[in-house]
Ligand binder design. Sequence first.
Ligand SMILES: [Zn+2]
Ligand SMILES: [Zn+2]
Ligand SMILES: [Zn+2]
Length: 476
Amino acid sequence: MTPVASLAPATVAEVVDRAARPDFDRWAGQVAGCGHCARPVRLRGRVIEHPDGGPRRVTYSTDAEPDRVLLIRCGNRRASVCPSCSFEYAGDMWQLLYAGAAGGRKGVPESIRSHPLVFATLTAPGFGAVHTTRLDRVGGSARCRPPRGAPRLCQHGRPTWCTSVHGEGDPRLGEPICADCYDYPAHVAFNWHAPELWRRFTITLRRELARTAGLTATEFTHACRVSFVKVAEFQRRGVVHFHALVRLDAPGDEFAPTVLPLDVHDLADAVKRAAEHVRLTTDMPDGSGVVLRFGQQIDTQTINGGPAELTAEHAARYIAKYATKSAEDFGVGDRRLTPAALPALGLSAHVQRLINTGWVLGGCASFEGVRRWVHMLGFRGHFASKSRRYSTTLGAIRGERRAYRQQQAAELARELGADEPDDSTLVVGNWTFAGLGYLTSGDAALAASAAARAREQRQAARDATCQPHQRGSFTQ
Ligand SMILES: [Zn+2]
Ligand SMILES: [Zn+2]
Ligand SMILES: [Zn+2]
C-alpha cells in the first residue's frame, strides 16, 4: 500500500475529499468491480427496459453513480500499463494452460492426464558471444567467459573472453562481448522468421511421430492429433524463444486418447528431433542466404502419461508467467519506431543496433514489413498461441467470469427488492465514452493501494495451490 505520507499534498487532499463523500462506498465498490484496474474506461449511460406492451422504463442510469460514470476494466495485459488487468490475464492464461494439462475443468475431462504431454523449450542459436551468468559445479556464481587456452583477441582487437562474475542486475548481461563480431542481421532474421520456424517445427513433429508409429503422414493424421500451446519469451540478448506444452490426442472434439502406441518418451524424443532438424533459409540483402534453426539448448520435460519430471500445475504456472512478458522488458515499448527516435529512448547500444539492423533489412524483399516491427526487435508473432483443441479459450474464460459477476449482481438486485425483467422484456443499453483513467491522482492512489491488497490476497490463494517451480534457466 502506498503510504499516504509519500503522496503529494494535493493528492492527499484528493484522497481525503473522496473518502469524505457520502457515495464513497459505492465508488470503492466500482473500483473493486472493475478489478482495481489502473486506468479504467469511464462510461456514461442508461439501461432501458421495453416490456412487451408495457411502458418503457429506465432501470439503471449512471446519473446515480459517483461522478455519474461507470468504471470498466481496461483489459491491458502489460504489467507496466495495468498491474491488475495483467494479473487477471495471467490468471486466465493459467486456467487455460492448466485445463489442458490436468483436465477436470473448463470442459476438459480429467482423463486428459493419461495423454502424453511434454513441456518443451526451444531456444535460438548463438549469434556471437554475449555476457552471461553461469553456475560452477557446486551451484555458485562462475566467471562469464574465462579464456580457453592462450587469451586471443578478435579481428577487431578486442578480448574474446570476460572474467567478470556478473550480478543479476548487471546491464552488460545479454550484450555482445564484441558488437562487431556479433551477427546482427542473422539475429533479427531469427526473430522475424521465428513464427514460420515454429510452424515448420509443428509439421516436422507430426512427420517424426508418424515415422515412430510406422505410419504415413495421412494415416497419422487420422489416428492422432498434436495439440499445443506456446508462449514466446524474449531472452536477455533480445532474441525470442518458445515455451510450449505439446500433447497427443485422438482427432475430434472429445479429448479422447489416441489409439497409437506412442508414449510420453516417444513424444519427447520426436520434439527433440523435430527441433534439431527444422531449417529455414532466408535471402539477405548482400545476396547471401542465412540458414535459420533452433539452438542446441532444446529442453523437454515429461508431464503426463508416464513418470513425470514436472507436474501439470508447475508447467502451467511456469508458462503462464511468460504470457505477460514482452519486448517492453527492453524498454522499447509497444509503439512503432523509426531510427530517428532512438537517441531519446535511452536504449542499450545492443538494442539500438538490433533496431537499426531491422530497419536496414526492411529494404530487402524477404524482410518486407519488418520496419513496422523493429520495436519488437523484428518479432511479429503472438506472445501466446494455441492449437484449436488444446483446452478452452480465453474468450470462454472471460465469458464465464462475466456470467458469474452478472449472476452476483442479479442476486444483489433481488435482495434489494428490484424486480427482474422476464423473457418478454427487451433490455437496451445506451452508453457513451466519458474518458479513460481516474479523475484525480488521489483516486488513482486509492485504487492502486486497494489493487495491491487484492493482488496479494489472490496471489496467496494461487500460491496455496501451487508452489513455484525451478528447473533450468534460459535467461541469456
Ligand atoms: Zn486495467
Ligand atoms: Zn561478461
Ligand atoms: Zn570483434
